[in-house]
Design a protein around this ligand. Structure first.
Ligand code: AMP
Length: 553
């Protein structure tokens, strides 16, 4: 497939708002792609370039991208920025710029999907001192060969947001439809393979194999996630529940084959080098090949330390030893996904737990209590808080491990305000002494690959934190308009609120009342922020609690 055709498909999809229509359209394209193109198309259409398990990253920020475009159209970066600011969308502005240039250039070389992907691979592979220059040359070459419409989608792909509404769920449905396969099989295979591109290929080649896919060590799978809930409701729904402490640390996945150990963060980045003490603890704790799931916790004098300490260890790349002396971390393992070649994902939690206890040294296993009555569970909750933990996790004993799913099979219970994890997609310059920083931030939920605004947060942030946030976000500015800037969505905020309201002011249809900044979720990626569906569910629950029957808009 030519990249131009891909761009035309994207343009067509951009004009469609109905989910079913989108799925239908994509499903008709998939069968016509060859084996090399299919996985690439599937990832591209979601706005992703590499498989989710892959550590590869493009490493191209807005500035480098604008420099490349400026060079190709024969202008300065500032002109590119101005064009983007005027339109408010990098893709459309770059398309315009290329259209103006096109009148003067004679020749563009056709690019097909595979070639563009291979160029992206080269961009990602550029490392070391001269990497920025190398990346720049490659990105220039891509734009030099791009027709205006191709430029729109090249830019958006590189910025990580295609804006056509094909999220993972829709693509999964499109694959199922294209190859006439039960969507649950696709979902299952995706859980283990963590790359819908490869799943699509398998769906076409050997649908039977989809039910037999196994997890491969050193290809991290997405972490299973939890919904907020209550002990009482979970017991009422399931009878018996498995209660564990909810540690205030950072999630990790530990892979071991023979003597080789690797650790992945919640965002599936490899962090082995930062956590030699965890490798030391767990490497010796089992003779088996395993994939374990757990939380890294910082401790001091036997008491857990807050999450911020742990995250500093995860981020540390240099002088790890010095940091190790300052912050001691220990693993708390609560699940096992793989043992000696066998994938355990589909086994019930209690069985996985039994296996975990058989193969791993007890010292590293997080305690688990099976209870049937709310009073016992409440007692464990109180004990967890007394011990300095965040609360408890209440899990369904018969549940499989569902990678990446934030369902009710795991429910988190913790005291305090309700918070949401939201993507930061824009900001506004501050005033007075805050004039050189951003003073408020525009936040968004995700909905099938789109980020939809739900409100702004300006409260709860000290000047010192504002300065840090400015340093964190200043290079992500995509466009400016008056006092407002659009940001490349990269950072996740945890935000407290008093109430969710239906609101026509924001594209999501909802707004937060009294939003308050709680912190940056450095362990979370933008693809993990609250979904619109979950927000609507919270809104519904809130209205039930408040006794008002107003329906979702
Ligand atoms: P949250 O980040 O608030 O959505 O809460 C879910 C997170 O709690 C998980 O991703 C883990 O990092 C963490 N966690 C702490 N203790 C446990 C536990 N016993 N089981 C599962 N997750 C846990």
């Amino acid at each position: 497939m030519q990249f131009l055709e891909f761009a035309r498909i994207c343009e067509h999809l951009e004009g469609i708002s109905g989910r079913l229509d989108l799925i239908e359209q994509v499903s008709t394209v998939l069968p016509g792609l060859d084996d090399e193109e299919l996985p690439i198309f599937v990832r591209f259409i979601m706005g992703r370039i590499f498989p989710d398990w892959s550590p590869k990253k493009l490493g191209v920020g807005p500035n480098l991208l604008y420099d490349a475009v400026a060079y190709v159209v024969g202008t300065k970066r500032s002109v590119v920025r101005e064009a983007i600011n005027a339109i408010g969308d990098a893709g459309l502005a770059i398309e315009d710029l290329l259209a103006n240039k096109e009148q003067t250039s004679f020749f563009v070389q056709e690019m097909d999907l595979l070639e563009v992907y291979q160029d992206f691979e080269r961009v990602a592979a550029a490392e070391g001192a001269r990497s920025q220059r190398e990346k720049l040359l490659l990105v220039r070459k891509l734009f030099a060969n791009a027709r205006p419409l191709e430029g729109r989608y090249l830019a958006r792909l590189m910025l990580g947001e295609l804006r056509i509404g094909m999220g993972e769920g829709n693509v999964r449905d499109a694959i199922a439809r294209a190859f006439d396969i039960d969507v649950r099989l696709i979902e299952h295979a995706q859980g283990a393979m963590n790359d819908l591109g490869e799943v699509a290929l398998l769906a076409r080649r050997d649908p039977v194999a989809l039910s037999q896919v196994t997890i491969e060590p050193f290809r991290p799978v997405k972490m299973m996630l939890a919904q907020a809930g209550t002990i009482a409701a979970q017991i009422e729904d399931h009878g018996e529940v498995a209660v564990e402490y909810k540690y205030d640390g950072s999630r990790f996945q530990f892979h071991k084959v023979g003597d080789l150990c690797r650790i992945y963060s919640r965002r599936l980045e490899e962090v082995t080098g930062s956590l030699p003490d965890i490798v030391m603890h767990l490497g010796k704790a089992t003779d088996h090949d395993v994939i374990l799931d757990g939380e890294v916790v910082a401790v001091q004098d036997g008491r857990p330390m807050p999450f911020q300490y742990v995250i500093r260890r995860f981020r540390r790349k240099h002088q790890v030893n010095a940091m190790m002396e300052k912050i001691e971390v220990v693993p708390r393992v609560f699940d096992i996904l793989y043992l000696d070649g066998e994938t355990l994902m589909d086994r019930p939690l209690i069985e996985r737990r039994r296996i975990l206890e058989e193969v791993l040294d007890d010292a590293h296993i997080a305690p688990q209590f099976l209870v049937r009555d709310a009073a016992s569970a409440e007692a464990i909750y109180t004990e967890a808080l007394d011990l300095g933990h965040e609360g408890v996790m209440v899990k369904v004993p018969s549940s499989p491990y569902t990678p990446g799913v934030r369902g009710r099979l795991w429910v988190k219970v913790k005291p305090g305000v309700e918070t949401l994890d939201l993507a930061v997609i824009g900001a506004e310059w501050g005033e007075g002494r805050r004039a050189k920083m951003f003073g408020s931030f525009l936040l968004a939920v995700q909905d099938q690959g789109r980020l939809l605004p739900v409100g702004k947060v300006a409260t709860g942030i000290t000047d010192e934190v504002l300065a840090d946030l400015y340093a964190l976000l200043k290079d992500s500015v995509i466009a400016r308009s008056g006092k407002e800037v659009t940001l490349e969505p990269k950072v996740v905020f945890e935000v407290g609120y008093s109430e969710i309201q239906a609101s026509p002011n924001y594209e999501s249809g909802y707004a937060l009342r009294f939003p308050r900044f709680v912190g940056v979720r450095e362990d979370k990626g933008v693809d993990e922020v609250e979904t619109l569906d979950a927000l609507v569910e919270r809104y519904r629950q809130q209205n039930i609690r408040q006794g008002s029957g107003s329906p979702a808009p």
